[in-house]
Design a protein around this ligand. Structure first.
Ligand SMILES: Nc1nc2c(ncn2[C@@H]2O[C@H](COP(=O)(O)OP(=O)(O)OP(=O)(O)O)[C@@H](O)[C@H]2O)c(=O)[nH]1
Ligand SMILES: [Mg+2]
Length: 179
């Protein structure tokens, strides 16, 4: 069965920019504008395995994954996309938005307790790390109450720092997607 991957997070947290920079490397820079996602966006992420003698590529290895972004504007409707078939969730948090981080933690918690999403793997992306006034990883994780949250939920949570502008973390997100 095809893998389903969702990309969620508060409005303006940077989902569209991040997914666009992953889909089309080099297409996003500091002059790029984005519009709020009304409804959902679909991204096709391709994976080109680097030839490696020690790690032969498997014949049936997935080369392309589709990710569906759910706009922050329609958070009340995200539930319609939750299903047992969702195996990966990218949750995007804006580290430059101090006011939004704690709310993002509550939003993340509400996803993690969703009965249909108990088997999903979670990638928590701390984005906009290119901003000088961002929260650092540890402060952001503290505000999100990650340690407390991890004790209460069953899912595997991978934390990646990223930026759509500098492409920091993009490789790690792709690796996580295809693993
Ligand atoms: N400096 C910087 N700005 C970013 C980055 N990612 C997004 N932005 C800016 O943040 C704003 C919102 O980005 P979007 O990617 O549209 O946010 P979104 O999460 O898709 O928002 P919704 O679709 O409304 O849920 C835009 O003005 C972007 O220019 C980043 O990595 N660095
Ligand atoms: Mg968007």
């Amino acid at each position: 069965m095809a893998m389903t991957c969702l990309c969620v997070g508060p409005k303006n947290s940077g989902k569209t920019m991040l997914m666009t920079s992953i889909q089309y490397p080099g297409s996003v820079n500091f002059t790029t504008h984005s519009v709020n996602t009304v409804g959902t966006n679909i991204y096709t992420i391709n994976f080109t395995p680097v030839p490696n003698e020690n790690r032969p590529t498997r014949k049936n290895q997935k080369r392309s994954i589709t990710v569906r972004e759910l706009g922050g504007e329609m958070a009340v409707m995200w539930k319609n996309y939750y299903a047992e078939t969702v195996d990966k969730i990218i949750f995007v948090v804006d580290t430059s938005n101090l006011c939004q981080i704690s709310c993002a933690g509550v939003l993340l918690y509400s996803i993690l307790v969703e009965p249909k999403l108990q088997k999903a793997k979670i990638c928590l992306v701390l984005t906009k790390m290119d901003y000088a006034y961002r929260q650092m990883r540890n402060e952001a994780l503290l505000m999100l109450q990650i340690e407390k949250l991890k004790k209460q939920v069953s899912q595997d949570i991978t934390i990646i720092e990223a930026s759509a502008i500098t492409m920091e973390g993009v490789d790690k997100i792709i690796e996580w997607l295809f693993n």
